[in-house]
Write a protein that binds this ligand. Structure first.
Ligand code: SAJ
Length: 402
């Protein structure tokens, strides 16, 4: 069995490596020659714990190699980005171009799977594209959609143990795709059609976005009402059928802050709550900026000098070094933009050594020096700091909730 993975990013590369570990011969294709070079040298170009050792193993064993162009295989996986174009419209042009690249290699009985997060109907669109250029393949190849649902930082475990949803354009396609994933997935493989599988991925992340929006809205209400939101949520969650998530300074990363737009742009009239949840979560970051700016103003009026401000955390979620679409980074940039003495702003991110834009300060030193401390990411080391009544503490993400 030989499989061609189109796209060696955060999902394509780990999946290719795991499949190679399970006896599939892999060619990993990326348009970026640097990624290809690094992969062939056994160097991981993404951040994922434990993955580099596995890459070296499969490269050494000769079961995985990378290239800038596809090779004849038995199965083809499209794992390329689906970014936005214009006003949050999904752009499927990378999926299209990866499909056109594999088109000349497709033969009867092959498997073609899209894993990229895609708007509903994309798999059928790609099937039409394939059959329009290669009509002899109609009814003779298997086409399916199978989204991933791994959590960054825990990819190796989740790629193997998570359940997966697999939707073919017909039942034979679903069966064939399930046979492939059964080689390395220990979770249950659930069969459906391609449209439901596409919508399922978008639904999962939109559901989480809406639930976080509820928590974020509560935090804004509680701030106004003088109620500790962390205590409130803890108490409300004692109800057997209530499970409220945690508020933060917004929603970041490449998935949850993005996927709901794939629904709302396709169904603008119907997706009212889904679109509103996006607005609430985006607004939360601006609300935090305003809170910090107001605290700075109050301090200056009261103490007749400018405050030293510690901004704790740049990553988009706790205990990782990933800054993609990070609300903490956005808040930091907005606060610095508004400050007349930028040196008074101490930027902290314990999970990275150096940043090309910001001078980083050790978290203990920043905490000790600051008059105002804003916790933007609930990194574990921050929890060892002691609460200080002498400082103005803006705990946006519940570092001191216990
Ligand atoms: N967040 C909160 N409050 C919470 C939980 C999270 O504010 O109670 C924030 C985080 O701080 C972060 C954002 O939400 O800014 C997203 O973090 P996350 O840990 O919820 O999710 P991601 O983006 O790392 O991964 C998500 C996962 N999806 C779901 O949990 C439904 C993952 O399983 C998906 O595979 C991934 O998106 C993806 O690739 O789609």
């Amino acid at each position: 069995m030989k499989a061609c993975f189109m796209g060696l990013g955060y999902i394509g590369l780990p999946t290719a490596i795991i499949a190679a570990k399970h006896g599939v011969e892999i060619v990993g294709v990326d348009i970026n020659p640097q990624v290809v070079e690094m992969t062939n040298a056994g160097k991981l170009h993404i951040i994922e714990p434990g993955m580099e050792d596995m890459l070296q193993e499969v490269v050494k064993a000769g079961t995985l190699h990378a290239s800038t162009s596809p090779e004849t295989s038995d199965a083809y996986f499209i794992v390329v980005p689906t970014p936005f174009k214009g006003n949050h419209e999904p752009d499927i042009s990378y999926v299209e171009s990866a499909t056109l690249m594999v088109l000349p290699f497709l033969k009867e009985r092959d498997l073609y799977v899209i894993e990229s997060t895609s708007p509903v109907g994309t798999t059928n669109k790609m099937a039409e594209l394939i059959f329009s250029k290669r009509p002899e393949l109609k009814g003779n190849i298997h086409i399916a959609y199978c989204p991933e649902r791994v959590l960054p930082g825990n990819v190796i475990y989740e790629l193997i143990h998570n359940d997966r949803v697999i939707g073919g354009i017909d039942e034979a396609s679903t069966r064939k795709a399930k046979e492939f994933y059964a080689r390395f997935v220990q979770g249950t493989l659930h069969s459906t059609n391609s449209k439901t599988a596409e919508m399922c991925k978008l639904t999962e992340n939109s559901c989480r976005d809406s639930q976080i929006a509820f928590a974020n809205e509560l935090s804004i209400i509680c701030d106004k009402a003088g109620i500790n939101v962390w205590e409130l949520i803890k108490l409300a969650n004692k109800h057997p059928r209530v499970n409220i998530l945690q508020p933060g300074c917004g929603v970041g990363g490449h998935c949850i802050a993005v996927d709901p737009y794939f629904i709302s742009s396709t169904f603008p009239k119907e997706a009212r709550m889904i679109a509103l949840a996006r607005e609430v979560n985006n607004y939360k970051a601006d609300w935090c900026v305003e809170k910090i700016k107001n605290s700075m103003l109050h301090f200056e009026l009261e103490k007749k000098r400018k405050p030293v401000v510690a901004l704790m955390g740049l990553a988009f979620k706790p205990n990782i070094d990933d800054l993609r679409e990070s609300p903490a980074k956005y808040i930091t940039s907005m606060v610095i933009q508004n400050c007349t003495i930028p040196d008074n702003i101490l930027v902290v991110e314990p999970y990275i050594k150096k940043h090309n834009e910001y001078k980083l300060t050790d978290y203990k030193e920043a905490y000790q020096k600051a008059d105002i401390v804003a916790f933007l990411t609930a990194h574990e080391p921050f929890k060892s700091l002691d609460w200080s009544d002498e400082k103005m503490i803006l705990d946006f993400c519940g570092v001191f909730k216990h």
